[in-house]
Design a protein around this ligand. Structure first.
Ligand SMILES: [Mg+2]
Length: 391
C-alpha cells in the first residue's frame, strides 16, 4: 500500500512588516519603505517593500547599506507588538482550516490539509479561501505553495511570490525543479551554491544528474540531502504548535558597545519590562530567568536562575536579571548585546496553597495589569520604570 499522499500548504506573507505598516498608514503604499533599526546605526533591515527592493535593498542587509542604496527610502523602526498581533490573527485563520499548523516564523507557516477535504473542499479551493480571508480581514497579501511535502510547498510559495498561488502536482516535482537555479532549494545558500558552481553544477537539473554515492563522497551528509532535495523528496512532517510558547525573550544589539553598567542595567530593565508585559499578555508566569551577554569580541555567555515560584512581575524578574548581570559582567570587556529570557512558563502561579495570602501579591498583580492597560491605549513607552528610561 502506498503511503497517503499528503496535501501541504506553505503560507508566506508578502513583505510582512512593511505590509502591516501600509495597512496602518495607507499613504506608505507603493513607496520605498524599510523596516529595521536606526538608519544611522548598525542594525539590519528586517523587511523591505517591493518598491525599495528595486534598489537592491533586501532583508538582513545592514541598514546603513540600505540607506546608501536608497537614501530617499522611508525608514521605520517597526512595532513588534503590532506585528505579533497581526501574526496571531493570521494563525487564527489558518487554524480554522486544519489543526496541523506549524509556524516557521511570525509570517510563515506550513498547514497540513490532508483529510480536511470533506470539511473545507478541495485543497486548491481551501488555499484560495485562506488567501482571500487573510486579505479581506487584515488587508495583507499571502503567497501559498501547495505540494505533497514541505520542501516542495516552500519552493512553490517562494516561486509564486508576491500574492501568488502555485500547486505542484504529485509526480511533477522533478520536472518542476530541473530548470531552477540552485538558490531555489532551501538549505543550499550562497556559500553552498558557490561551491557547487565551482564544480560546474548550475541548476537543480545538473545536481539531479549526479549519483548519490558521488555526492555523499564529496559532501557527506549534506551531499545525501542534496540528492534528495534535487528530486523534491522530503519526509519531514508538519508538527502542530504547542499551545503555549516555551520561552519569552527580548534582546538588543547596542548601537555602540558599552561597559557602562548603569546604562546596561537600564537596557536590561527596558527589555525585562517588554518581556514581562508579553508574559502577562499571554497569561503566563515564568520561573526561570536567563541573562545573555555578548561581548565586543563576540564571546557569548548566559546564566540562569530558577525562582522559588513563578511570577510575571517586572520588579522580581528585573531583580533576578540584574543579579545575574553582575555575576556575568566581570570581564571589563564591552558589551555588544544584552538579552533576557523567561522559561519554565506556567499558566497559573496560584497553584501552590497559600500564595494568595501572601502580603501584597494581589496588589502587584493589579498594578501591572493597570500598567498594561495604559500601554495598550497609549503605547508601550507611555509608562516606563525610571530605570528603563535612563537609556
Ligand atoms: Mg514572508
Amino acid at each position: 500500500m502506498s503511503p497517503e499522499l499528503r496535501k501541504i500548504l506553505h503560507v508566506d506573507m508578502d513583505a510582512f512588516y512593511v505590509s502591516v505598516e501600509e495597512v496602518l498608514d495607507p499613504s506608505l503604499k507603493g513607496k520605498p519603505v524599510v523596516v529595521g533599526g536606526d538608519p544611522e546605526g548598525r542594525g539590519v533591515v528586517a523587511a523591505a517593500s517591493y518598491a525599495v527592493r528595486k534598489y537592491g535593498v533586501h532583508s538582513a542587509m545592514p541598514i546603513a547599506k540600505a540607506k546608501r542604496l536608497c537614501p530617499h527610502a522611508i525608514f521605520l523602526r517597526g512595532s513588534h507588538r503590532q506585528y505579533s498581533e497581526y501574526s496571531s490573527k493570521i494563525f487564527a485563520i489558518l487554524k480554522q482550516y486544519s489543526p496541523l499548523v506549524e509556524p516557521m516564523s511570525m509570517d510563515e507557516a506550513f498547514v497540513d490539509l490532508t483529510g480536511c477535504e470533506r470539511l473545507h473542499g478541495p485543497v486548491l479551493t481551501s488555499a484560495e479561501k485562506i488567501r482571500h480571508e487573510i486579505y479581506e480581514t487584515l488587508g495583507l497579501n499571502a503567497s501559498i505553495g501547495i505540494a505533497s511535502n514541505k520542501l516542495m510547498a516552500k519552493i512553490a510559495s517562494a516561486y509564486c511570490k508576491p500574492s501568488g498561488m502555485l500547486w505542484i502536482a504529485p509526480g511533477m516535482e522533478q520536472r518542476f525543479l530541473v530548470p531552477l537555479s540552485l538558490q531555489r532549494i532551501p538549505g543550499i545558500g550562497p556559500k553552498g551554491g558557490a561551491e557547487l558552481h565551482r564544480m560546474g553544477i548550475k541548476s537543480v537539473g545538473d545536481l539531479a544528474r549526479l549519483p548519490q554515492d558521488l555526492l555523499e563522497q564529496a559532501y557527506g551528509k549534506w551531499g545525501k540531502s542534496l540528492y534528495r532535495k534535487a528530486r523534491g523528496i522530503s519526509d519531514s512532517v508538519v508538527v502542530g504548535e504547542a499551545e503555549d510558547p516555551r520561552s519569552i525573550s527580548r534582546e538588543t544589539t547596542l548601537e555602540t558597545d558599552s561597559a557602562d553598567s548603569l546604562f546596561l542595567e537600564s537596557q536590561l530593565s527596558y527589555l525585562t519590562e517588554k518581556a514581562a508585559s508579553q508574559l502577562r499578555e499571554n497569561n503566563l508566569f515564568a520561573q526561570t530567568v536567563t541573562l545573555k551577554l555578548r561581548f565586543s569580541d563576540f564571546k557569548t555567555v548566559t546564566r540562569s536562575k530558577t525562582l522559588d515560584m513563578p511570577t510575571a512581575e517586572d520588579h522580581v524578574l528585573f531583580h533576578t536579571g540584574v543579579g545575574l548581570f553582575h555575576k556575568l559582567f566581570t570581564r571589563r570587556v564591552r558589551i555588544r548585546l544584552i538579552g533576557i529570557a523567561f522559561t519554565s512558563l506556567t499558566a497559573s502561579p496560584y497553584l501552590q496553597e497559600g500564595l494568595f495570602d501572601q502580603k501584597g501579591g494581589r496588589c502587584w498583580d493589579d498594578l501591572y495589569r493597570g500598567i498594561d492597560r495604559i500601554r495598550h491605549k497609549y503605547g508601550f513607552k507611555s509608562l516606563l520604570r525610571a530605570r528603563s528610561s535612563r537609556r
